[in-house]
Design a protein around this ligand. Structure first.
Ligand code: NDP
Length: 276
């Protein structure tokens, strides 16, 4: 049977085995999917061993997404732009790398949540790996404005410089600190900071929220995070966490490996934790 796995450290929390097993069952694909914890200094050796044992591909999670990029022989645009990969496919001596996090995010917002990005004003909070992965897929949707705000202002500015001119031509990209947001309002506010993991909140100004907009926290399984609480208190009607993004990036990887795209709605429902 074809073997796949997710590699991370720690990995006990990973929902990927459950998601991919459900996909395999639903699509009739014969495969096994396990979770592997690699030592912090042993990503490449762990992947080498998995390949030697007949592994066909892996998902890669924290903290190895940069190592995965360095390991691969062939980088897709998504991985090159993000400087990080979350999926690898083995083809003889070649190792192909993709980053499906951003496309999973966009698919969740546009398809599952039925919220347009095209022509709208989008605020992306954070300037770490998740923001890097999200930038190109968001720009390809041609938002009217994509503003990247980060606590460390220079990081947001440098990141934006890397992506200027990428994506759809109509998209305007800018970046800075939370203080640079002024009174601007946004239709879609995406929290790509890790603040919610520590029950902290990014300092979004009250004027940034729109009642008919979307507040999206990439963190999942944490219920109503401080970020989502702020959005709710400001009257934002559409609130979502990142569980749909997680399942959609998994579906992209599954389709890339197996040539068949699984349906995602049932799996999202199964692992979704109510927001309140
Ligand atoms: P990184 O560590 O690369 O970046 C973290 C970012 O959060 C930095 O920009 C940092 O700012 C900012 N930050 C951290 N704490 C605070 C705070 N208290 N207030 C304001 N900003 C803060 O993390 P990732 O980009 O890899 O991940 C970000 C989040 O996205 C994680 O919570 C992760 O779980 C989630 N994620 C979800 C996925 C999904 O499938 N749903 C996929 C990938 C990620 P500074 O630069 O100033 O330090």
């Amino acid at each position: 049977m074809d073997r796949y796995a997710v590699i991370g450290h720690p990995i006990g929390h990973s929902k990927s085995p459950l998601i991919h097993s459900a996909f395999a069952q639903a699509t009739g694909q014969a495969l096994t999917y396990t979770a592997i914890e690699a030592p912090l200094d042993g990503f490449a050796a762990t992947v080498d061993r998995f390949r030697a044992d007949g592994g066909r591909g892996v998902n890669v999670t924290v903290p190895f997404k940069l190592d995965a990029c360095a390991y691969a022989t062939d980088l897709a645009d998504s991985a090159r732009a993000a400087g990080a990969a979350n999926a690898l496919k083995f083809d003889g001596s070649r190792c192909l790398a993709e980053n499906f996090d951003g496309v999973g995010l966009v698919r969740d917002i546009v398809h599952n949540l039925a919220q347009a990005v095209r022509g709208r004003r989008v605020l992306l909070l954070g300037a770490g790996g998740a923001t890097r992965g999200a930038l190109l897929p968001l720009l390809e949707q041609a938002p009217a404005l994509l503003f990247v705000a980060n606590r460390t202002v220079g990081k947001a500015q440098a990141l934006v410089q890397e992506f200027v001119g990428r994506g759809a031509s109509a998209a305007v990209l800018a970046g800075g600190g939370y203080g640079d947001l002024g009174n601007a309002a946004f239709d879609v506010v995406i929290n790509a900071t890790s603040a919610s993991l520590g029950q902290e909140r990014p300092p979004v100004p009250a004027s940034a929220w729109q009642a008919d907009g979307l507040a999206y926290d990439m963190v999942y399984g944490k219920g109503l995070t401080p970020f989502l609480q702020d959005a709710q208190a400001a009257g934002v009607r559409h609130l979502a966490d990142g569980v749909g993004m997680l399942v959609e990036q998994a579906a992209e990887a599954f389709a890339w490996w197996r040539g068949v795209r699984p349906a995602t709605a049932d799996v999202i429902r199964r692992i979704h934790v109510p927001l309140n």
